[in-house]
Design a protein around this ligand. Structure first.
Ligand SMILES: [Zn+2]
Length: 184
């Protein structure tokens, strides 16, 4: 971790090792230790979202392509990242600051603000409410039982069906944990 004088927050650019100040958008060298800084900077490893300046997560091009309603602006072989900020309208972006908005996708990204319905298992279109119902009304306490009741996860191909390209298994477990915490 490096600190930067003057700015309060910084975001690192893994490509050239510079840090862009979150506040003033100035650029400094990540290898210089700056004095008098009140805050530390976490050097990020992925390019940041050009709109909200937060670090995203790499997703497979296969995932991006299969999520798009129109693949006209999709660049084959490009590295794509998913924006994890719930308030940001950007779904995916690349290292050249090209962005793909959430409105261009076939399905909403579940953690983005206003996503209705919030799909947890994209493959079988199982929503958060379905999972909660299985836990509260049917007494399911693990992912396997939820899957049997709701049809979630079964034969899922998350690489092309979930905008994150990852399996919804963990998300379902999180919901079960959250709900059972309030029951027992
Ligand atoms: Zn963003």
């Amino acid at each position: 971790m490096k600190s930067c004088a003057g700015c309060v927050l910084g975001v690192g650019n893994s490509v050239d090792g510079t840090i862009r100040c979150f506040k003033y958008a100035t650029v400094s060298n990540a290898n210089d230790d700056k004095e008098n800084c009140l805050y530390y900077i976490d050097i990020t490893t992925n390019p940041i979202c050009p709109v909200c300046c937060r670090e995203g997560e790499k997703v497979s091009g296969i995932t991006v392509k299969s999520m798009l309603m129109n693949t006209e602006h999709y660049v084959e072989g490009n590295d794509y990242y998913i924006c994890k900020n719930p308030r940001c309208l950007v779904a995916y972006y690349d290292a050249h600051d090209n962005t793909i908005c959430e409105s261009s996708l076939k399905v909403p990204i579940w953690y983005k603000e206003g996503a209705r319905p919030e799909f947890d298992c994209y493959w079988s279109k199982v929503t958060k409410d379905d999972v909660i119902k299985a836990v509260v009304e049917k007494g399911a306490r693990d992912v396997k039982t939820v899957s049997e009741i709701t049809g979630a996860i079964k034969n899922s191909n998350c690489l092309v069906n979930n905008p994150t390209g990852k399996c919804c298994h963990n998300e379902i477990q999180n919901i079960i944990d959250e709900v059972t915490k309030n029951i027992t």
